[in-house]
Design a protein around this ligand. Structure first.
Ligand code: AMP
Ligand code: ZN
Length: 116
Protein backbone atom coordinates (compact mmCIF):
# COMPACT_ATOMS: atom_id res chain seq x y z
CA UNK A 1 0.00 0.00 0.00
CA UNK A 2 2.83 2.37 0.92
CA UNK A 3 4.29 2.02 -2.55
CA UNK A 4 0.98 2.48 -4.35
CA UNK A 5 1.02 5.82 -6.15
CA UNK A 6 -2.78 6.02 -6.33
CA UNK A 7 -2.98 5.50 -2.55
CA UNK A 8 -0.50 8.37 -2.23
CA UNK A 9 -2.71 10.55 -4.44
CA UNK A 10 -5.82 9.51 -2.47
CA UNK A 11 -4.04 10.42 0.78
CA UNK A 12 -2.78 13.77 -0.51
CA UNK A 13 0.85 12.61 -0.42
CA UNK A 14 1.33 13.04 -4.16
CA UNK A 15 0.00 15.94 -6.26
CA UNK A 16 -2.61 15.49 -8.96
CA UNK A 17 -4.83 17.57 -11.23
CA UNK A 18 -7.96 16.99 -9.17
CA UNK A 19 -11.28 17.08 -11.01
CA UNK A 20 -13.68 15.75 -8.36
CA UNK A 21 -13.61 14.28 -4.86
CA UNK A 22 -16.11 12.82 -2.43
CA UNK A 23 -16.02 10.62 0.66
CA UNK A 24 -15.12 7.42 -1.20
CA UNK A 25 -13.49 8.52 -4.47
CA UNK A 26 -11.14 11.00 -6.07
CA UNK A 27 -10.87 11.84 -9.79
CA UNK A 28 -7.87 13.45 -11.46
CA UNK A 29 -6.48 13.97 -14.95
CA UNK A 30 -4.25 11.25 -16.41
CA UNK A 31 -0.63 12.39 -16.81
CA UNK A 32 -0.46 10.83 -20.28
CA UNK A 33 -3.84 11.64 -21.83
CA UNK A 34 -4.83 9.66 -24.91
CA UNK A 35 -7.94 11.77 -25.58
CA UNK A 36 -8.75 15.48 -25.01
CA UNK A 37 -10.55 14.48 -21.80
CA UNK A 38 -8.80 11.65 -19.93
CA UNK A 39 -9.62 11.52 -16.24
CA UNK A 40 -9.08 8.67 -13.79
CA UNK A 41 -11.56 7.80 -11.04
CA UNK A 42 -10.16 5.83 -8.11
CA UNK A 43 -11.55 4.53 -4.81
CA UNK A 44 -9.98 5.91 -1.62
CA UNK A 45 -9.51 2.31 -0.49
CA UNK A 46 -6.70 0.18 -1.95
CA UNK A 47 -8.53 -2.32 -4.19
CA UNK A 48 -5.95 -3.87 -6.57
CA UNK A 49 -8.14 -4.97 -9.49
CA UNK A 50 -11.76 -5.34 -10.58
CA UNK A 51 -11.49 -8.97 -9.46
CA UNK A 52 -11.04 -7.78 -5.89
CA UNK A 53 -14.42 -6.07 -5.74
CA UNK A 54 -16.54 -8.15 -3.37
CA UNK A 55 -19.56 -7.31 -1.29
CA UNK A 56 -17.53 -5.06 1.03
CA UNK A 57 -16.05 -3.07 -1.84
CA UNK A 58 -19.31 -2.66 -3.74
CA UNK A 59 -20.00 0.73 -2.07
CA UNK A 60 -16.75 1.98 -3.57
CA UNK A 61 -17.65 0.70 -7.03
CA UNK A 62 -21.03 2.42 -6.97
CA UNK A 63 -19.40 5.61 -5.67
CA UNK A 64 -17.00 5.40 -8.63
CA UNK A 65 -19.97 5.29 -11.02
CA UNK A 66 -21.38 8.43 -9.42
CA UNK A 67 -17.93 10.05 -9.67
CA UNK A 68 -17.75 9.18 -13.39
CA UNK A 69 -21.11 10.93 -13.90
CA UNK A 70 -19.81 14.02 -12.07
CA UNK A 71 -16.56 14.02 -14.04
CA UNK A 72 -18.49 13.81 -17.33
CA UNK A 73 -20.63 16.78 -16.30
CA UNK A 74 -17.65 18.81 -15.01
CA UNK A 75 -15.71 18.18 -18.23
CA UNK A 76 -18.76 18.96 -20.39
CA UNK A 77 -18.82 15.61 -22.17
CA UNK A 78 -21.91 14.09 -20.54
CA UNK A 79 -24.27 14.89 -23.43
CA UNK A 80 -21.62 14.65 -26.16
CA UNK A 81 -20.65 11.17 -25.02
CA UNK A 82 -17.70 9.40 -23.48
CA UNK A 83 -16.14 6.00 -22.82
CA UNK A 84 -15.29 4.32 -19.51
CA UNK A 85 -12.50 1.74 -19.42
CA UNK A 86 -11.26 -0.57 -16.65
CA UNK A 87 -8.09 -2.49 -17.48
CA UNK A 88 -7.73 -5.72 -15.50
CA UNK A 89 -4.48 -7.64 -15.06
CA UNK A 90 -1.63 -8.01 -17.51
CA UNK A 91 -3.32 -8.86 -20.78
CA UNK A 92 -6.01 -6.30 -19.97
CA UNK A 93 -3.28 -3.66 -19.98
CA UNK A 94 -3.35 -2.85 -16.28
CA UNK A 95 -0.17 -1.07 -15.18
CA UNK A 96 -1.23 0.40 -11.84
CA UNK A 97 -2.70 -2.12 -9.43
CA UNK A 98 -5.11 0.20 -7.67
CA UNK A 99 -8.56 -0.02 -9.27
CA UNK A 100 -9.34 2.89 -11.59
CA UNK A 101 -11.79 3.87 -14.29
CA UNK A 102 -10.53 5.82 -17.30
CA UNK A 103 -13.06 8.45 -18.42
CA UNK A 104 -12.28 9.22 -22.07
CA UNK A 105 -13.88 11.85 -24.29
CA UNK A 106 -13.66 15.19 -26.00
CA UNK A 107 -13.61 13.79 -29.54
CA UNK A 108 -15.39 11.07 -31.49
CA UNK A 109 -14.17 7.75 -30.08
CA UNK A 110 -13.83 4.44 -31.86
CA UNK A 111 -13.27 0.88 -30.69
CA UNK A 112 -9.55 1.55 -31.11
CA UNK A 113 -9.75 4.03 -28.26
CA UNK A 114 -9.88 1.29 -25.70
CA UNK A 115 -6.60 1.36 -23.83
CA UNK A 116 -4.03 -1.39 -24.05
P1 AMP B 1 -3.71 1.33 -16.48
O1 AMP B 1 -2.91 0.93 -17.69
O2 AMP B 1 -5.19 1.09 -16.67
O3 AMP B 1 -3.18 0.75 -15.19
O4 AMP B 1 -3.60 2.89 -16.42
C1 AMP B 1 -2.75 3.59 -15.57
C2 AMP B 1 -2.85 5.04 -15.97
O5 AMP B 1 -2.35 5.84 -14.92
C3 AMP B 1 -2.05 5.41 -17.24
O6 AMP B 1 -2.96 5.97 -18.21
C4 AMP B 1 -1.06 6.45 -16.73
O7 AMP B 1 -0.81 7.48 -17.66
C5 AMP B 1 -1.73 6.97 -15.47
N1 AMP B 1 -0.85 7.52 -14.45
C6 AMP B 1 0.27 6.98 -13.95
N2 AMP B 1 0.79 7.74 -12.97
C7 AMP B 1 -0.05 8.80 -12.83
C8 AMP B 1 -0.06 9.95 -12.00
N3 AMP B 1 0.88 10.17 -11.07
N4 AMP B 1 -1.07 10.86 -12.15
C9 AMP B 1 -2.00 10.66 -13.10
N5 AMP B 1 -2.06 9.59 -13.91
C10 AMP B 1 -1.09 8.68 -13.78
ZN1 ZN C 1 -3.48 1.83 -3.70
Amino acid sequence: MEECIFCKIANGLMPCMKVYEDEKTIAFDDIHPVTPVHTLVIPKRHIPTLLDVGTEEMDYLSAMVTAVQEVARIKGIDQRGFKVVINCNEEGGQVIYHLHMHVLGGRRLTLKDKLV
